[in-house]
Ligand binder design. Sequence first.
Ligand code: PXG
Ligand code: PLP
Length: 447
Amino acid sequence: MNSTTGDELKSWWMPFTHNRYFKDQPRLIASGAGAYYTLVDGRRVFDGLSGLWCSPLGHSHPHVVAAVQRQVATLDFCPSFQMGHPAAFSLARRIARLAGRPDDRVFFVNSGSEAVDTAMKIAVAYHRARGEASRTRIIGRERAYHGVGMGGISVGGIPANRKMFSSLMIPGVDHLPHTWDPARMGYSRGQPDWGAHLADELERLVTLHDASNIAAVIVEPMQGSTGVLVPPRGYLQRLRQICDRHGILLIFDEVITGFGRLGTAFAADYFGVRPDLLTFAKAVNNAVVPLGGVLVAASIHDAFMAGPAHMIEFFHGYTYSGHPLAVAAAHATLDELDGGGLIRRAAALAPVLESAMHDLRGTPLVTDIRNLGLAAAIDVTPVPGQPGLRAIQVFQRCLDDGLLLRFTGETLALAPPFIATDVEIRSAVDTLRRALVATAAQAGQAP
Ligand code: PXG
Ligand code: PLP
């Protein structure tokens, strides 16, 4: 497939990758432009997952490229402990306004994992600052992905990410059940009608642990990484009500949903639910330079602003918080997403993706189809005794046919860039259909 030899590939221990399988059959990308990658062998593939859910403008967008090039030649780094640069302040204000929460504050970090760990620390420190130091417990959810920091895997709900590290994980965590039940919500278009009552499990956990010990609940408004698990109608509203009743903070992890994936600036807008803390990363700057952050309700921020003014209020931060290149890329990205109307375009494309994906119903191997905004997933019948293999087979056929999508477990996910056309989206789904039919035929399971 390319000229890179096994020896040249050996030194990089790749993240979340079957390293031996990959290095045996490497899949290497040489360049990206717009909605397409070019592989090292010259083939062009449609980027059906917007990078890793993070490149809504496609690749090497000229406005973003120019902004980063200008910035690196002007101010390549600025310490953010005790110093600052103007564009980071204006970016924070811009994000708070985009969220419709102009008085809220933004704490910058460099990834979704850091955003999650930061939000957890803010939640616990906030209660302590208000004299409720016993509120330390954080409630996560099964099947959740909140990154790979010690905090994130603790509240996360992916067994493989957790099982090696039980002694390292933070204590005092509990989990809500996930909301996916194929028997009751299979093939739902958008939000399933069934399942709002699953939020009542939070009441049960509050009774068990007592509200006075619980700091926060963290959920992805739509679970992205584990396969586009869409919240049942009314579920998030009910979580909000229960949190309010018991003085528990609600954290939305919007690392995937933030900055337009659902056709609104944030999932909080889509669902009409206001979280106390909101984590973001990825699409905020089209993933051109690592950047993440936490949007913090003004009242939470204000609780920290006690004590003498020359004292540090929150002992937390990263060397690269508010990095000038990341900030420059974010300003340019927001010009396009918001000013340039690309979030509206994502909303307009969502029904195209929904209808194309649901037309796959009845295609060999397909066992469920889910979608929300410009994100969708199908589940496939596993190869008996070899979990995960079927999705890899379908993924590989798609790649060979010019489509890059995402596989995880028995799920294949599509989340195209917002610059994609409706023709490209339908064509990507057609490629997926061909791959399913061919994979089934080879396995002797054709209809
Ligand atoms: N929270 C959520 C909701 C995420 O989706 C993170 C936190 C962690 O972000 P960082 O920047 O630390 O990776 C994520 C990341 C996939 C996939 O294909 C998803 C993520 C990352 C990589 C791949 O599903 N989500
Ligand atoms: N380890 C050492 C020895 C450090 O000096 C620092 C930061 O100064 C860190 C880790 C944390 O690095 P970062 O701020 O990039 O998260």
